[in-house]
Design a binder for this molecule. Structure first.
Ligand code: ATP
Ligand code: MG
Length: 344
């Protein structure tokens, strides 16, 4: 069976958006608009799997929306909304909680990392997060999901859930004439030189909103001076840049900066090394500062302008939510019939 091609992805309103979110996700979101119908979601229900201050959460939902628009996502041609406005996400997530197996969730590395040592004290939501993520995607029967490398495992779980639902309910799906399969197996889109941007302080740790050191990341709202300072202070090793990609092996910090440069410039790492191979970090970093400030400066100032108009942002989210809900409600009517719920 062929499904209508559709892109879905989400970003959590959990703090400062950074270069990893931009290169690993948002830049891809923008590019896919030409080829697909896209749904981009501010996943506020995922955010509260760890404690969020309510006033800060609201601010952050609007800021992520502003970032989407500032980066070039068109909320008129595509759909931009926040997750909690479409209750069908939670509804399908419950059904998926009953499809997913404990053994599958026990393997999720994000839960292990985020729960840390005090696992008994983690929220049930943090554990069940991947089932909600599967529902986010599948409530729109989306076929393609652009994400960073860190979400690969969750996407595989979403495929497992889709497949098990299709199998468990195969007879019911066929009897209702909805078959042979009800849910597509969503494909991850994880490509390019910056699918996993690393911390500027430690090339073995992912750049993340939750890192306590602000010097570990470049925020989308950082001004040119801050970007310059952070890149100049970024950890490196003493050797000059290598001439080919093989020379980046076992040099995680060098690999990271070259990957960032390549992604920002729209080049491959090999092309960047063709230009900078043999150069010292000081001159490479100076070029990177110029490139990063040039790309991020306009995004940051447009974000700051947009968040000053919360009424506009909220209108975008409301309009997107209404259009998203029309699709999601349709899916849920079928799902309820498939599962055997009585409905109005
Ligand atoms: P948190 O620490 O709250 O989980 P986060 O920085 O991981 O925040 P998310 O909202 O969880 O951000 O992820 C949004 C998107 O950004 C996802 O597609 C994710 O894969 C991508 N992403 C996050 N961090 C990176 C990174 N360091 N490199 C590339 N992509 C990333
Ligand atoms: Mg994350």
């Amino acid at each position: 069976m062929t499904f209508k091609e559709r892109v879905f992805s989400g970003v959590q309103p959990t703090g400062n958006l950074h270069l990893g979110n931009y290169l690993g996700a948002i830049v891809k979101f923008v590019a896919l608009q030409e080829q697909y119908d896209c749904i981009y979601c501010v996943v506020d229900m995922h955010a509260i799997t760890v404690w969020q201050d309510p006033a800060e959460l609201k601010r952050s939902i609007r800021e992520v929306t502003a970032a989407f628009i500032a980066c070039g996502i068109d909320p008129k041609r595509h759909i931009v909304f926040n997750q909690s406005q479409v209750a069908e996400h939670a509804e399908l997530a419950w059904i998926f909680n009953c499809v997913a197996r404990l053994g599958w969730l026990n393997r999720m590395t994000q839960f292990k990392e985020k729960a840390g040592k005090d696992r008994e004290n983690a929220s049930v939501g943090l554990y069940a997060y991947p089932a909600l993520m599967a529902a986010d995607i599948l409530v729109y029967r989306a076929t393609h999901v652009p994400v960073g490398e860190d979400q690969k495992q969750h996407l595989e779980l979403a495929r497992d859930i889709a497949q098990k639902f299709n199998n468990d309910f195969a007879a019911s799906i066929a009897a209702l004439g909805l078959g042979p399969v009800f849910f597509p197996l969503p494909e991850p889109l994880i490509q390019g030189p910056a699918t996993r941007v690393m911390s500027l302080r430690d090339g073995t740790k992912k750049m993340s909103k939750s890192d306590p050191s602000d010097y570990s990341r470049i925020n989308l709202t950082d001004d040119a001076d801050t970007i310059a300072q952070k890149i100049r202070k970024a950890k490196t090793d003493p050797d000059p840049l290598p001439h080919d990609e093989k020379g980046l092996e076992s040099r995680p910090e060098a690999d990271n900066l070259v990957g960032i440069f390549a992604a920002l410039a729209g080049k491959t790492k090999a092309e960047v090394l063709g230009e900078f191979g043999g150069a010292q970090f000081s001159s490479f970093k100076a070029a990177l500062v110029e490139l990063a400030a040039g790309k991020l400066g306009p995004v940051g100032s447009e974000m700051k302008r947009l968040v000053q108009d919360p009424a506009y942002i909220d209108a975008v989210l409301g309009d997107g939510a209404a259009r998203a809900q029309a699709i999601a409600a349709d899916t849920m009517r079928y799902v309820k019939d498939v599962v055997g719920f009585v409905r109005r």
